[in-house]
Design a protein around this ligand. Structure first.
Ligand code: GLN
Length: 340
C-alpha cells in the first residue's frame, strides 16, 4: 500500500473508531422499537429443537420467547416471555469465572483453566486430549466450567455452593437468592455421565481442584438455577456497568477484571460457533442449552433473549437471531457497526 493510501486508511479508521466511541446512546423509544421488531420477526421461527440430552428440557414449551435490553443505569426494554424461569445452564459459566477472578485474581483463570477457544463442542472430551497444556481449555466450556467450580475458595461443599449461588444472585440483582429448578438438577445429574468423565479426566491430569463428584454436584446445581430473560439482561448489564449491579448498586466484581472476562466471552461464548457469532454480531456473549443468551455492549447495555429451540452447536435459534438483529440495528458491534 502507498504511504498516502495507508495514511488515508488510518485516518478513516480513526474517525470511524472515534465516531463509535462517541456514539449517542439510543433513545428509549429506539431501544423499545428494536426489541419489539426482533420479537415480532422471530416469534414464528420454528428452526432447531429443544435440548434433549438433559431429558427434562424437552418439556419446556418450545414456543416461549422473550427479548430484553437492560441498560447500565437499570432501564429495561422488553417483549414476550421475559419473566419465565428457565435453567441458566452455561450462561452461568462466565459469572462463576468472575467469582474465581474476584477471589484469586485474573491470572488464575489463565494458569489453572486456560483462555483458548476450543473450536469444538461444549462437552468435548477430545479438547482435553488436544490441549495437553491447559486441558480444561477455557471456563466457558464444560471442562473449564467444572474446573472453575472446583477453584472457588470454600470451606465445604455447602459453602462452595452458597458462594456460587450468592454470586449469580448478586449479578441478577435478586433481593433473595435465586432458586434451583430441582427437577432440572435431578434430570441432569442422573444422566451426566459425559460431564462425570470430563471431571474425572481433569482430576487425573491434576487440572481439577476439588473432589470430582463434589465439583459435579455443585456444577450441575449451578446450571439448574432458574433465571428469566430479564435476570440475564441485568446480569449482562452488570458487566456493561463494569461490575456494579445497576439495580442494587452493589459491586459484584472488580472493574479491572471485566475486560478479560468479556474477551473470553467474545472468543468462546458461542462454543464452536464463536467465530461466526463475532463475525455477524460483534458482541461478547454467552449462551446456554436452556435457551438463554446474554450479549454485552461494553460500557453501555446488555441484550438478552430466551427461547428453547437450539441449533446444532446448542445455541438458541430465535435468541441468537434476535440479539444479532438488535446489535446490527443499533450499530453496537465492538469492532464498529455491522451492516447485516
Ligand atoms: N449443564 C449443561 C451441561 O453441562 C450446560 C451446557 C450448556 O448450556 N451448553 O451439559
Amino acid at each position: 500500500m502507498k504511504p498516502t493510501v495507508a495514511l488515508a486508511a488510518m485516518l478513516a479508521l480513526g474517525t470511524f473508531v472515534l465516531a463509535g466511541a462517541n456514539a449517542a446512546e439510543p433513545r428509549p423509544k429506539d431501544f423499545q422499537r428494536v426489541v419489539d421488531a426482533a420479537y415480532a420477526k422471530y416469534k414464528g421461527l420454528q428452526e432447531g429443537k429443544n435440548a434433549d440430552y438433559i431429558p427434562i428440557l424437552t418439556r419446556t414449551p418450545s414456543e416461549l420467547f422473550g427479548v430484553v435490553i437492560a441498560t447500565r443505569d437499570g432501564k429495561i426494554y422488553s417483549a414476550g416471555d421475559v419473566d419465565y424461569k428457565f435453567s441458566i445452564q452455561s450462561v452461568s459459566k462466565p459469572f462463576t469465572a468472575a467469582l474465581v477472578m474476584t477471589q484469586q485474581g485474573p491470572k488464575v483463570l489463565d494458569e489453572k483453566i486456560g483462555v483458548e477457544p476450543t473450536g469444538l463442542p461444549f462437552n468435548s472430551r477430545l479438547a482435553l486430549e488436544i490441549y495437553k497444556d491447559k486441558r480444561s481449555v477455557n471456563p466457558l466450556v464444560n471442562a473449564g466450567a467444572i474446573a472453575a467450580v472446583s477453584l472457588v475458595q470454600a470451606t465445604s461443599e455447602q459453602d462452595r455452593w452458597n458462594k456460587i449461588l450468592q454470586n449469580i444472585s448478586d449479578f441478577a440483582g435478586s433481593p433473595v437468592p435465586l432458586t434451583v429448578l430441582e427437577d432440572v438438577y435431578e434430570s441432569e445429574y442422573s444422566t451426566a455421565f459425559g460431564n462425570r468423565a470430563i471431571a474425572n479426566l481433569l482430576y487425573n491430569y491434576e487440572r481439577l481442584y476439588s473432589d470430582p463428584e463434589e465439583a459435579m454436584r455443585v456444577y450441575t446445581r449451578q446450571c439448574s438455577i432458574g433465571v428469566s430473560a430479564k435476570d440475564l439482561a441485568i446480569m449482562g448489564a452488570t458487566l456493561a456497568n463494569l461490575g456494579v449491579n445497576p439495580l442494587t448498586k452493589k459491586r459484584v466484581m472488580n472493574a479491572n477484571d471485566v475486560p478479560e472476562l468479556l474477551a473470553i466471552m467474545a472468543t468462546a461464548g458461542f462454543y464452536d460457533e464463536s467465530g461466526e457469532w463475532m463475525y455477524t454480531a460483534g458482541l461478547p456473549a454467552k449462551t446456554g442449552v436452556g435457551g438463554g443468551i446474554v450479549a454485552v455492549v461494553p460500557g453501555r447495555f446488555a441484550i438478552a433473549a430466551f427461547s428453547p429451540r437450539l441449533n446444532e452447536a446448542g445455541n438458541s435459534v430465535r435468541s441468537l437471531n434476535a440479539i444479532r438483529d438488535i446489535a446490527g440495528e443499533l450499530g453496537v458491534g465492538v469492532f464498529g457497526p455491522n451492516p447485516n
